[in-house]
Write a protein that binds this ligand. Structure first.
Ligand code: ZN
Length: 252
């Protein structure tokens, strides 16, 4: 099945799942379809609060996760064995002994509506309502699936998301910290002074959220990210090793 020719039905699933897909060269579309086949087959998929998992849901999540690592050979987020999907943002209850990401941020402790979460060596949790809107276009830069899987990449080299994923060769930690943290601090400073910045709100709550939200923008609005955060863009380009500016149209 993995090696069998790509079917027209799969091309349609991909295009429906990911607005960027139609702009990708056909060889990249095929590579992504083959990646999705593996991811859909290998993961445990669980619908929550009565949601039934369908191929449409599986493909919509897989296509975005796969786009992120399309330049990595045989990388299938092996530490994530289960994907939990809620119908809509859900209320999470802290149980006091979970290893939830970013429990150092008061705003996300306790009961509150949650769009998704990532657990170290545990499941990725997302909700279908947000995925349905994210897959349509990159207008607001948001993408829940990319956000949560960026946290998974961040967690590869430590049990805590710190905004420092395993670095590509050619970028040392000192440079990553200087440029990424530098932009993070600068954006916070500008917001405090009343300016609008591209990566705002939740992305400015911590360096791990900055990395995750910057990753969303990297795939959803690469032209804008490159313009407004060129250093961040360059670091992410070397990290993800795919530059969608080559394929996606510039927004009006
Ligand atoms: Zn996050």
């Amino acid at each position: 099945m993995i090696a069998s020719p790509v079917r027209e039905e799969e091309r349609q699933w991909l295009r429906r799942s990911l607005w960027q897909a139609e702009y990708l060269p056909s060889e990249l579309q095929e590579k992504l379809i083959r990646w999705c086949r593996v991811f859909v087959r290998e993961k445990n998929w669980e619908g929550c609060n009565g949601l039934s998992i369908t191929p449409e849901i599986q493909w919509s999540i897989s296509a975005a996760a796969g786009l992120m690592v399309l330049s990595y050979e045989d990388w299938y987020f092996d530490r994530t064995q289960t994907v939990l999907v809620y119908p809509a943002p859900y209320v999470a209850r802290e149980d006091g002994h979970s290893s939830l990401l970013n429990t150092n941020i008061p705003a996300i402790m306790g009961e509150f509506p949650r769009a998704g979460q990532t657990i170290y060596r545990g499941p990725v949790v997302v909700n279908w309502e947000d995925i349905l809107s994210d897959r349509q276009d990159g207008d607001d830069g948001d993408h829940l699936v990319i956000h949560e899987f960026a946290h998974q990449l961040d967690l590869i080299n430590s049990p805590f998301a710190d905004g420092l994923p395993p670095l590509p060769s050619g970028i040392d930690e000192e440079r990553w910290r200087r440029e990424m943290t530098g932009e993070f601090n600068e954006a916070r400073r500008l917001v405090e002074q009343g300016y609008n910045v591209l990566i705002d709100d939740y992305g400015l709550t911590s360096e791990s959220e900055f990395f995750a939200v910057a990753s969303e923008h990297y795939f959803q609005m690469p032209h804008e990210l490159a313009e407004y955060h060129p250093h961040v863009f360059e670091l992410l380009k070397q990290f993800y090793r795919i530059d969608l500016r080559a394929y996606l149209p510039v927004a009006d």
